[in-house]
Structures are given as C-alpha cells and as structure tokens.
Design a protein. Structure first.
Length: 320
C-alpha cells in the first residue's frame, strides 16, 4: 500500500459544547477548493453530542482526524492539535465559526507566491444565526507587511485573535498556548509574529466569526478575567517596547488600562484585594512606568491613542 502523502495544511479545530454549530463548521472546511489538508478535531472533553459528531465526520472523510481528551481549555486543545499536526502550514478555526470555500486556497497561494511566513485575511462578523451582525470597519487591505509593520497593528482586529490566519509550521515551532481563559491567543500571536520576516494580507472576508453570547470573550467579568486580559495586553505592550516601536506604545498602554478598568469596576471591593487583582494592578503600574521611560508620552502619541480608541480605521490612515 502506498504511503499516504503528508498534507500541505493542518486545520486545527478545538471542540467544546458547540453541538449546535459544529457540523456547519466542519462542512465549511471539508468544502474547501484547496483539498490538500487534514482536519484535526480536538474534542476537549465536550459533555454534549460533539464527540459523536467528530467521529461521524472522520468516518465520512479520511482527511479528518479526531482526538478525544479530558477538558483542559481551548489553549490545551490547540496545543494538542499542534503536537499532532503533519502539515507544512497551520490554521486554526473556532468550532462555532465557518470559513468561505476559498479560505485555505487564497491564503496558501498568496503566502507561497510571496514567500511569506504567514497570511492574514479579513473576516465577517455574524450573530448566532450566522447573519451579519453589523458592519465591521475593514482594517485589512491587500498588502505585504514586515515584522515591525505587523507588530504595530497587533492591537487591531483580526491580528490578536487566532482566526483568519495561516502560518508556516516552522514559524510556530515550539510556541504553544498558555492556560489563560482569555487572551491566550493574543500572547501566542505576539510570540509568533515577533519572528516573522513577511506577512501577506488579503482584503477578502474569508472567515465568518460568530459572536456567541456564552463564549469566554463575552462571559461575566471576573477576577481571573481581569488578570488574564491585562496580562495578555501587557505582553503585546512589552513586545512593542522591546522591538523599539515607540510610536504605538501609547495605544498598547491604553488597551491595558481599558481592560483593567472594565474588569476592575465589575468586581467587588473584596475581590480587588485578591492576589490576582493586585497582580493586574501592579502590571498596569509597571506599564505606565515603562511607557514614561520609553519617551512615548508625547502629545502626538497620546492623540494617536485617542484616535485609535474611537476610530481604528482613521488611526490606520493617520499612521500610513
């Protein structure tokens, strides 16, 4: 029997309590115009019908591999997928989202043609039924970015999240996700994009991001969420500072303050005294000191941060 050829792309899908949306997600991936891929479904101990749906998908298409594991969170599930991946390229799809038929082909062809380390496409924001939720400002255009250009845009959608991206497997290397409930994807992106030489961007909205109310990003604000979100944004701030991107440090600092204030207001006075809350507070204070030491608190930089807060698209025009 001939040995099965290794796939060009590994599509990793962490699966947990998405029985309502999972088949739609799987079907959109299996309908890709680019066929040389493997689909790795990581069942993260889902207590509903998802494990059976994963196994059924593997029976009907031999490109599907299923891994069942005890619940460890989305980061652990993605790490399992990375450890099992055989493709030369990696992409992640959330199990309640869908992708356009040319999602893989468009990013793969352009990344290979430009000899890039990664590709990023635009996305469409939908509600739980899959309908357009509202118009999203188009922050992605057809262009090729250097490492510094990518890192200067890391605070803008869709760069911090895991969707809409294709990476060379060699670029990811030993990088893995942490165990945060929120922000583990932003930290991962910073680590990976800090090593790229070239990233290609595609203005087409090839990924449908479904906003589900019970997802981690839209869950109740807690002390843990406070620490996780502040830590994730501090990681982006630190990366920009170490890369000498002084002109965007105010924006990154503003994001730290934004998520700190949002969560701090939502927790109780007693929770504010917890070690997690105090670590978040110290992180914000440290960032402020480092911002001043970097010489980044100028009227121009503060103005840019204010513009980014209210109009990200205008911020991009001012920057470029």
């Amino acid at each position: 029997m001939a040995e099965k050829k290794c796939p060009e792309i590994s599509v990793i899908v962490p699966v947990y309590k998405v029985e309502k949306y999972l088949n739609e997600c799987i079907n959109s991936i299996l309908a890709q115009t680019f066929a040389q891929f493997e689909l790795i479904l990581v069942d993260d101990g889902s207590p509903d019908g998802c494990p059976a749906l994963c196994d059924a998908a593997a029976l009907r298409d031999d490109r599907v591999r299923v891994i069942h594991q005890k619940n460890g969170g989305v980061g652990a599930a993605r790490n399992t997928g990375l450890d099992a991946a055989k493709g030369k390229w990696i992409t992640f799809v959330d199990s309640d989202d869908t992708v356009a038929p040319r999602y893989l082909e468009a990013m793969y062809r352009k990344a290979v043609a430009e000899q890039a380390d990664a590709a990023v496409c635009d996305f469409r924001l939908t509600d739980e039924s899959g309908k357009d939720k509202h118009r999203v400002e188009r922050l992605i255009k057809d262009e090729t970015l250097t490492r510094h250009e990518v890192l200067s845009k890391m605070m803008l959608a869709p760069f911090p999240g895991m969707c809409c991206k294709l990476y060379r497997t060699e670029l990811i290397g030993a990088h893995r996700f942490g165990n945060r409930t929120i922000g583990e994807d932003a930290t991962f992106q910073v680590e990976v994009f800090s090593e790229v030489n070239k990233v290609v961007c595609i203005a087409q909205a090839l990924y449908d991001y479904r906003q589900v109310t019970e997802s981690a990003m839209h869950s109740k604000r807690t002390v843990r969420n406070l620490e996780d979100q502040v830590a994730a944004n501090y990681a982006m701030f630190t990366c920009a500072r170490e890369q000498g991107l002084t002109d965007v440090l105010c924006v990154y600092y503003w994001l730290i303050v934004k998520y700190f204030v949002q969560n701090w207001r939502a927790i109780t006075p007693a929770e504010r005294k917890s070690p997690q809350a105090q670590r978040a507070l110290e992180c914000r204070r440290t960032a402020w000191q480092q911002l001043k030491q970097s010489g980044a608190v100028t009227p121009a930089h503060v103005f840019q941060a204010a513009v980014h807060r209210v109009a990200p698209a205008l911020y991009l025009k001012l920057k470029h």
